[in-house]
Design a binder for this molecule. Structure first.
Ligand SMILES: Cc1cc2nc3c(=O)[nH]c(=O)nc-3n(C[C@H](O)[C@H](O)[C@H](O)COP(=O)(O)OP(=O)(O)OC[C@H]3O[C@@H](n4cnc5c(N)ncnc54)[C@H](O)[C@@H]3O)c2cc1C
Length: 500
């Protein structure tokens, strides 16, 4: 089938029309474009991206050491082998995404510097009208589309989340959030305090240790860490045998996913044993005299928050060498020279890095309207974490917490392509999900079960997110191992899909 032509922005009168409009050129949006091109080659599409280039998360974050905490065999797309070390830098991930764009001719489909502010659904003509502001000229551009593919991630890219501590304005040094890292920040020979102990802190601390005079990781609550060599044995063995990279990718993915499934299952079945293993590993890295009990023994079950992988145990090497240290305490206030802690201790600092997380932002700060009525996303119920009751012709990619995000972006894109083909075959222009009669009495709950997974940014933003039911169809189950089989088998004629 001939590929749908792309209208040239300079020659079309506004609004410009496409079949599918993809929001965001991060790993999900580029993947969505690839799948549309492969599976629905007759559909026209465009990607609108607010930033000046592709990458999303991997362009926004520029702090020292920025790297993935998932392996790239599973964080990479299923269709393009990852040939580098499993834990990758932001530059390596962007290079990989750039190759996907280049190899598939996706470049002309991406409009950078287009920040979408409004999306209005009109049931009269079954179209979305999307309004974007060009970040270079301030000009407003309008697009219409039959389907909106939301690949805008889950947090505000412009700035991260920083709590408001007393006395912050008194501090004479520099306060930096990792998400907005200044280009030329000189931390050589400086006293640095990094607030936080998640994956970002675990990256930035070893990257600054040895260059700064000293780096202190200040945490309120310890985190679980896993460590290991930045290599995957089976991939090395297969490569040594001269196996084709396509096979290496597939086999390595399957092995990693099988091991992750076993590990996740164990964190529920025998949490104490897993906890002992994780903590035992840290103890072996830091030696018998280190106070692992205070600094590396979290009060919750493993996997209730994201479990960070530390390649080559570099965080712990920095601590063992005395270049970095950990303080577990609470902040009383900032003052001119650093941070006063609740214990009475004072941490001197020239630079304070607030690795305190994200600002959750549902739907990219876009004001949505459905037939003239503002959409309150929290009033919708999610269909498998990708469609929403009362919101026609729209899907969202929200990845996994306990497995790589991209595993789900591939699955959701397959689903959307199948749905678009189904609509064309049945000559429908509108699809919406709706609760079935048997779902009407279903309890409606928060987007995620805080007992299962409860990172701060999610807890702070729960009121912004759709609700879920208590059946797998009406929630984001976070279970890749079930969804990989369930998604391709979804019956698109099922009663939960309402077409017109
Ligand atoms: C530092 C860091 C490390 C991470 N490491 C991992 C990891 O190792 N493994 C893992 O699975 N997950 C990781 N994550 C989670 C990560 O965000 C996702 O895995 C993934 O990169 C998200 O991709 P995305 O394309 O869905 O969204 P994003 O990367 O957030 O990209 C969304 C894009 O949409 C654009 N956009 C948003 N709103 C609008 C709008 N209104 N108009 C136009 N454009 C808009 C944004 O500018 C952005 O470019 C990490 C997150 C962070 C912050």
């Amino acid at each position: 089938m001939p590929e749908a032509p792309l209208p040239s922005p300079s020659t079309v009168a506004e609004p410009e029309h496409v079949d599918v409009l993809i929001v965001g050129a991060g790993i999900s949006g580029i993947g969505a474009a690839y799948h549309l091109r492969q599976q629905c080659p007759d559909r026209s599409f465009v990607i609108l991206e607010a930033q000046e280039t592709f990458g999303g998360t991997w362009w926004t974050h520029k702090y020292p050491g920025i790297r993935s905490d998932s392996d790239l065999h599973t964080f990479g797309y299923r269709f393009k082998p990852w040939v580098g070390p499993p834990i990758a830098t932001a530059d390596e991930i962007r290079k990989y995404m750039g190759e996907v764009i280049e190899e598939n001719g996706l470049g002309p489909r991406i409009r950078y510097g287009h920040r979408i502010s409004h999306a209005r659904w009109s049931g009269g003509d079954n179209l979305w009208t999307v309004e974007a502001t060009r970040t270079d000229t301030g000009e407003t551009r309008r697009f219409t589309c039959g389907f909106l593919f939301m690949c805008q991630g889950y947090y505000r890219h412009e700035q991260g989340y920083t709590p408001d501590w007393p006395g912050m304005d008194r501090f004479k040094g520099i306060i930096v959030h990792p998400q907005t890292w200044p280009e030329n920040l000189d931390y050589r020979g400086k006293q640095v305090v990094v607030i936080g102990s998640g994956a970002t802190a675990a990256t930035v601390v070893p990257a600054m240790a040895g260059v700064a005079a000293h780096v202190t990781m200040l945490q309120r609550t310890p985190t679980y860490f896993r460590t290991g060599r930045n290599a995957i044995e089976i991939a090395e063995e297969l490569r040594a045998l001269g196996i084709d990279e396509t096979w290496v990718h597939e086999i390595t993915r399957r092995k990693i996913l099988a091991e992750q499934a076993r590990f996740t299952e164990r964190t529920f079945r025998e949490p104490d044993r897993v906890r002992d293993e994780l903590i035992g590993n840290i103890r072996s890295l830091l030696g018998p005299d280190y106070d692992v009990e205070t600094h590396f023994t979290p009060p919750y079950r493993p996997w209730r928050q994201r479990l960070a992988f530390v390649p080559d145990a570099d965080l712990f090497q920095g601590i063992a060498k005395g270049q970095a240290s950990v303080v577990t305490d609470e902040i009383e206030a900032f003052d001119e020279t650093g941070i006063r802690l609740k214990s009475g201790r004072h941490l001197d600092a020239d630079i304070i890095v607030t690795a305190t997380g994200f600002d959750l932002c549902a739907l990219g700060d876009i004001a949505f309207e459905i037939d003239g009525r503002p959409l309150d996303f929290h009033e919708t119920v999610t269909y498998r974490g990708m469609m929403f009751t009362g919101v026609p012709n729209m899907a969202w990619v929200f990845g996994y917490f306990r497995a790589s995000w991209t595993l789900r972006s591939d699955l959701v894109a397959d689903f959307v392509c199948r749905l678009l083909k189904h609509m064309r075959a049945t000559q429908k222009r509108r699809v919406e999900v709706a609760l079935r009669p048997e779902d009407r009495d279903m309890p409606l709950l928060d987007w995620i079960d805080a007992d299962n997974f409860n990172p701060g940014y999610m807890m702070r933003g729960m009121h912004l997110l759709p609700r879920r039911g208590d059946k797998p169809e009406w929630q984001h189950t976070q279970d890749y191992w079930a969804e990989k089989d369930e998604f391709p088998a979804i019956d698109l004629s099922g009663a939960e899909f309402v077409y017109r």
